[in-house]
Design a protein around this ligand. Structure first.
Ligand code: MGD
Ligand code: MGD
Ligand code: MO
Length: 720
């Protein structure tokens, strides 16, 4: 074949000079990260993107986001050089500066802050990207600040909190061995294709599935039972299921008698939730509640699949999820095959399959030697159960008030204020800083408020370590050199550590030595990983041990599975922070604020995942945005739309007491009548501006993204 034909077909080989290089896609879910085969031409440009056939995560496939990798990597809005602000905050006026100037300036501010206020007055923050986190946390602690904060403050941590309060550890669903899958507030067919595949495979082999979700989704379409509670009422639903399980003697007496704390009071409490009461509180019929309870409790092996996000995005989220997680122990499904298995997990080691020294590496200074973390005062449960970091949602208030101590320097990596509630108020609070540097791929609206912006590169331009729960590990090498004058976040972190002259031998030893240190207990080395550019199975994965509590007890204050939280008891109970998983409707709801509901009669739920978007990240890519024409739009039920005289695509205004946004109407049966759904992070119509900064769960500090009250009006028409 002639060369032009081969080139047109992007065929690799000596004739075309096209080479296939291995990488991973980090556009979306950190537990996913599909293998990429990148065709790189002679000029070093990626000319084609495919999934790696040998990668166990995706086996050659790619989703719409990964397929658009080239649009992401070569996007014109990438930050190209370090930029120093030259106009007022927000103006977007910058001048390019050298890396030396940029890094020295950052280091000068970090040193000044430490000298004038103490190291705790500097905050190190990470947005969604995960791979650099161990190094960022070490930088923060090595510098002396306790204030390593991440996006987990509105994702993941509250779910961890709920599980740790009940049984001390995260407990992953053992999907492949379960007979029954109970999916509670999760939609993997949109949010996690790998999990969706595992579920589908198990369903194909005959498992049954219950899904608890207010919406209809591709996941609920596969369910044998679909429970559709009103948003934020899951606690009442779980307690009602518990009432059936206890009343019908379907619970695991042996486990409850020997291993639990507070069962008698819990049993008394759940008596007030018979299914008929549950039905009134949740909107799920008493009959369905009974059937679901019986099906879950009587299955031989039942696994509960939970979300890091949606159920805890309520002002009552932790209490609701505690009530849900308690069902696992009540039915004896904890730490057994086919149930929920307790494994110590971390970013590098997503399912505990290899022993690492990640914690020793990241937490290089004990909390006791540092000032209290941000959020410890407002959310006292946080520092008692979350070892990893501070509560970022408390940052804006601390910036504003300077209490308990001022914050003067903010070192952000992918800090995007649009993901936070009351984003505009957060931006204003940044004016209290002496210095704000943000490391980003794209020049976001947040970057425009920074004093300095540093250009980061994407996953295909850097080296990244990832270990998958299936027992597969990969250390990628850059498939192409960092574009423009960008650098890998890790390089930036190591360079900051060097210029800060930290007394830290592991920083001095460099990135790869750090990986060798972390992986040492597993016997895996950087050298070996480099011999397997597409990744390799973990040699001798740690065997899974059942019922570890038999020897270790539970990692709770009582050493037991807690139906009543001894920690919440100790901290003094207050409304929303009761030791029993007391159910209280969302703070803004028809039940609790009827006057507000008169004016704002619909429930606003923001953030249900769309397959083509990941927070703010893929709006700018033509391929992904073309899959959702008419966006920004909000989902309305056909009943609500008819009542309000709204037709598909009509412009509508969504208002709350905090403000309003204008979007298109998307009328769909996926949403329940009475509930409006809108995806977040879109600059021109940012649904998070409709929330107030203090609309938070009192235990976790998580924002009530998924249930507040709103009204919808057709623009240019009057609602009937
Ligand atoms: N209303 C509403 N708000 C929500 C949610 C919701 O459901 N509803 N969900 C919450 C949840 S669960 C989460 S996890 C958060 C997510 O919130 P964020 O983590 O803030 O999400 P993103 O906007 O995707 O990512 C932040 C920034 O990181 C940048 N970035 C991407 N990759 C890299 C990289 O490799 N290096 C660097 N330096 N930067 C990078 C992106 O360009 C982006 O601007 O949002 C929360 N906010
Ligand atoms: N494509 C894509 N994938 C993603 C992301 C993305 O932005 N885009 N984000 C990633 C991140 S950061 C996260 S945290 C995960 C989230 O992953 P998931 O939690 O699985 O996804 P969500 O769509 O946020 O929520 C799942 C379901 O919860 C339902 N839900 C909402 N409120 C309630 C409630 O009160 N009770 C119950 N029972 N259900 C409720 C929604 O209707 C939704 O269908 O997804 C990850 N994967
Ligand atoms: Mo998340």
């Amino acid at each position: 074949m002639d060369v032009t034909e081969l080139e047109k077909g992007k065929i690799p080989g000596v004739e075309t000079g096209i080479e296939i290089r291995k990488s991973i896609c980090a556009i979306c879910d950190p537990s996913g990260l599909c293998g990429l085969d990148l065709s790189v031409d002679r000029s070093g440009v990626i000319c084609k993107t495919e999934g790696s056939a040998e990668h166990p995560r995706n086996r050659g496939t790619l989703c719409s986001k990964g397929a658009a990798t080239r649009q992401y990597v070569y996007h014109s809005e990438r930050v190209k050089t370090p930029l120093l602000r030259s106009g007022p905050r927000g103006s977007g006026k910058f001048r390019p500066v050298s890396w030396d100037e940029a890094l020295d300036l950052t280091v000068r501010h970090l040193n000044e802050t430490k000298h004038s206020y103490g190291p705790e007055s500097a905050v190190f923050y990470s947005g969604y990207a995960k791979y650099y986190r161990p190094y960022l946390k070490r930088l923060c602690h090595s510098y002396g600040s306790p204030n390593y904060l991440t996006e987990a403050s509105s994702c993941h941590s509250a779910m961890l909190m709920a599980q740790r309060l009940v049984y001390g550890h995260q407990a992953e669903a053992d999907v492949s061995n379960a007979d029954l899958l109970l999916l509670w507030s999760i939609n993997p067919f949109h949010a996690n294709v790998h999990k969706a595949r595992d579920i589908q495979a198990r369903l194909d082999r005959g498992a049954r599935m219950i899904v608890v979700d207010p919406r209809e989704t591709p996941t609920t379409a596969r369910a044998h039972l679909h429970l559709r509670p009103r948003p934020g009422t899951d606690g009442a639903l779980a307690l009602s299921m518990a009432q059936v399980i206890i009343e019908e003697e379907l619970y695991d007496h042996d486990f409850v008698d020997r291993w639990s704390y507070g069962f008698a009071e819990y049993r008394d409490y759940v008596r007030s939730f018979p299914p008929e009461v549950g039905e009134q509180m949740t909107g799920v019929s008493a009959d369905l509640i009974r059937r679901a309870a019986r099906m879950y409790a009587s299955a031989r092996r039942a696994a509960l699949l939970y979300s890091s996000a949606s159920i805890v995005h309520h002002t009552n989220g932790v209490q609701n999820y505690r009530a849900v997680f308690q069902l696992i122990g009540l039915t004896g499904n904890l730490d057994v095959a086919g149930g929920n298995r307790m494994e110590p997990v971390s970013f590098i080691n997503s399912a505990g399959r290899i022993p690492t020294r990640e914690t020793e590496f990241t937490q290089c200074r004990p909390w006791s030697e540092m000032a209290p973390r941000i959020g410890s005062g407002a959310f006292p449960v946080w520092p008692r159960v979350i070892d990893e970091e501070g509560q970022a949602m408390a940052l804006p208030a601390q910036l504003r008030t300077g209490k308990p101590y001022p914050v003067k320097t903010l070192v952000g990596f992918g800090l995007n204020h649009r993901m936070w509630p009351a984003p505009e108020a957060f931006l204003e609070s940044l004016s209290h800083l002496d210095f704000f540097v943000n490391t980003e791929l794209f020049l976001t609206d947040t970057c425009k408020y920074a004093d300095l912006v540093l250009p980061a590169c994407t996953s295909v331009e850097r080296s990244e370590l990832r270990c998958y729960g299936s027992g597969y590990i990969i250390l990628t090498q850059p498939a192409i050199a960092p574009l423009h004058d960008s650098r890998s976040d890790v390089d930036i972190i190591y360079e900051l550590a060097r210029r800060l002259e930290l007394d830290d031998p592991l920083f001095r030893a460099g990135y790869e030595a750090g990986i060798d240190y972390i992986l040492a207990p597993s016997g895996i080395t950087v050298e070996e990983l480099k011999r397997h550019p597409g990744g390799m199975p973990v040699p001798n994965p740690t065997p899974k041990v059942e019922r570890k509590y038999l020897t270790e007890g539970f990692h709770t204050p009582t050493g037991k599975f807690e139906f009543k939280s001894s920690l919440l008891e100790e901290l003094g109970e207050s409304p929303g922070c009761e030791a029993l998983p007391v159910y209280t409707p969302p703070r803004h709801s028809r039940e609790r604020t009827p006057e507000l509901a008169e004016k704002y009669p619909l429930v606003l739920s923001s953030g249900s995942r769309l397959p083509m978007f990941v927070h703010s990240r893929t709006y700018r890519m033509p391929w992904t945005s073309s899959l959702r024409p008419g966006f920004p739009s909000a989902d309305l039920s056909p009943e609500d739309a008819a009542r309000l005289g709204i037709a598909q695509g009509d412009p509508i205004r969504i208002s709350t007491p905090c403000g309003s946004i204008e979007v298109g109407a998307n009328i769909t049966r996926m949403t329940q009548s009475g509930v409006v759904h809108m995806y977040h992070g879109f600059p021109a119509a940012d649904v998070n501006t409709l929330l107030s900064a203090d609309y938070l769960d009192p235990i976790s500090g998580f924002p009530g993204y998924r249930s507040s009250l709103c009204r919808v009006d057709k623009i240019g028409g009057t609602n009937p």
